[in-house]
Design a protein around this ligand. Structure first.
Ligand code: HEM
Length: 359
């Protein structure tokens, strides 16, 4: 599986449970706190899923997406959904196993596989929620594209033209992320909207005795960019622990790529090593590659700087939650920003030693 435009469009178009009409009423049902109606919707979706085939991956993902919208809605009111409709449990376990994902909806179901426009699945129906859904939709797709580009660099020469071209494409793809978080900062009031209105739908749900986090934005695969770009060969125990927690909620292909590259040379190390070896003899391509890596790190730092402000404005001493929707302490966001900045400084040092005036 991959988050290509065509695959995401295929899942978004799918409505295997005939849920379009039912889920269009969800914001209103949630607003009324109508738990009886929510139970009817979940029961009806579960019953339909038992009857129809759900043979294709896109139908299975779309079914989890649609059932998932009711799970978070129940949790908004503190109710464990599978105690209300126990029959949904086996279904979620089966669909999770068939798609090699966790047995509930994730940020990919809520973002990349959520249809746009009038069919978009929403908890609140608010314009701010639309901005957040789109930010995780566009963000996850762009991150995956960028990461797959970075993965190619391991086999290329950092002083070669192809290396530079692949790196520049990866940086272009990645630019979507700082732009999206900028839009969120502009359009979504963190305390009033995110914390008070949306965060309550993002609670964990019990499936087969195990708790699974909701569709948290933290589950977009930014850990893949970190890993390939700078962290696969640096071990910060807290950072590694965060990645392990987040990865369970991604695609199986991402976990495989992450594991394959564990301990191998990151792009930053590869470029720094080449720059230090070449010193003042560094070719124009190698220097350009060094600068492109620097731009990518800058874009990561810009994303994380804007994101940190949102986190701090949302998770204040007055907020009802102390942990993020992916279960982590909000301060972890600052730790990752600091590690990214340290790496940016290291690269800048090697670049200036190679890029100074020629003797
Ligand atoms: C008001 C908006 C937001 C708030 C309050 C917020 C809050 C948080 C918190 C508390 C964490 C710590 C992990 C956890 O959730 O348990 C986190 C991590 C993270 N969030 Fe957000 N977030 C917001 C929007 C977004 C958006 C729009 C994206 C991506 C498009 C995003 C991507 C991430 C990522 C990738 C992490 C992992 C840490 C990192 O790699 O820097 N967040 N966020």
């Amino acid at each position: 599986m991959q988050l290509t435009d065509s695959f995401c469009a295929e899942v978004a178009a799918a409505d295997p449970l005939g849920a379009d009409g039912l889920l269009a009423t969800l914001p209103e049902v949630n607003e009324r706190a109508d738990l009886g109606r929510l139970g009817d919707i979940l029961a009806q979706l579960t019953e339909t899923a038992g009857r129809v085939g759900l043979e294709s991956t896109s139908d299975r993902l779309a079914a989890v997406r649609d059932i998932g919208m009711t799970l978070g809605s129940f949790k908004r009111y503190g109710v464990e959904p599978l105690t209300v409709v126990p029959g949904a449990e086996q279904l979620l376990l089966r669909l999770g196993a068939q798609t090699a994902m966790v047995p509930r909806d994730t940020v990919l179901h809520y973002g990349a596989w959520n249809p746009r426009g009038p069919r978009q699945r929403m908890y609140t129906g608010a314009a701010e929620e639309d901005v957040l859904i789109h930010s995780v939709r566009a963000g996850a797709m762009a991150i995956e594209r960028s990461a797959l580009g970075l993965a190619e660099l391991a086999h290329l020469d950092p002083a070669g033209a192809e290396y530079l071209a692949v790196l520049q494409r990866a940086a272009e793809d990645f630019a979507v992320l700082p732009a999206q978080i900028g839009l969120v900062a502009e359009k979504v009031p963190p305390a009033e909207f995110f914390m008070l209105r949306l965060r309550p739908y993002m609670e964990d749900v019990l499936v087969n005795g195990r708790s699974y986090y909701g569709p948290a934005a933290a589950h977009v695969p930014l850990y893949l960019i970190d890993h390939l770009l700078w962290s696969s060969d640096r071990v910060d125990p807290e950072h590694v622990a965060l990645h392990q927690e987040l990865m369970d909620y991604g695609l199986p292909e991402w976990i495989r790529l992450y594991r394959k590259r564990q301990g191998s040379e990151s792009v930053v190390t590869q470029v720094v090593r080449a720059l230090l070896a070449a010193r003042r003899e560094a070719s124009a391509e190698l220097l350009a590659a060094g600068r492109a890596v620097g731009e990518l790190l800058r874009a990561l730092v810009v994303f994380r700087g804007r994101h940190l402000r949102l986190v701090r404005d949302s998770y204040t001493v007055d907020s009802p939650y102390t942990a993020g929707s992916a279960g982590a302490a909000p301060e972890v966001v600052k730790l990752v920003l600091d590690l990214t900045r340290a790496c940016e400084r290291q690269l800048a040092g090697s670049l200036s030693s190679a890029d100074g005036p020629r003797p």
